[in-house]
Write a protein that binds this ligand. Structure first.
Ligand SMILES: [Zn+2]
Length: 132
């Protein structure tokens, strides 16, 4: 089929599906590598310390991901043939996670070919524990 459609998810590291792509710094996953943050930018979620710091991290990360897209455009666009991809990170909350930022950038790179599906369910249990 010519019409490829990529479903894009995020998840925590306990997700083990075949479409898992770990994007944490130092990842060896070839898909995750496309979205790897710069070394030293480990500021997801509460690790950022403040919302201003999170904004700064998100901006730096977005610049990095756009550079990845410029250099590895073919690899980004080839993801549309995978059916689904789940970007995985180990921070506590998808709302302040670079995997979520990456998912949005990837969806934007594939207009009409990708759909954002949000966080995979295994995260629910972790989130509830984390809120206490
Ligand atoms: Zn994260």
């Amino acid at each position: 089929m010519a019409d490829a459609r990529l479903e894009i998810y995020t998840a925590r590291t306990d997700y083990t599906g075949a479409d898992r792509a770990d994007l944490r710094v130092g990842t060896t996953d070839p898909v995750g590598k496309l979205f790897e943050p710069p070394a030293g930018l480990r500021g997801c979620g509460a690790r950022a310390g403040s919302s201003a710091r999170w904004d700064e991290i998100r901006t730096r990360y977005t610049d990095r991901a756009r550079a990845s897209y410029r250099v590895r455009r073919e690899a980004w666009l080839a993801l549309r043939h995978r059916g689904s991809v789940t970007l995985v990170c180990d921070c506590a909350h998808p709302d302040t996670c670079l995997a979520t930022v990456a998912a949005e950038l990837l969806a934007r790179a594939l207009p009409g070919l990708a759909v954002l599906r949000g966080e995979r369910r295994p995260q629910q249990a972790i989130l509830q524990q984390g809120v206490r």
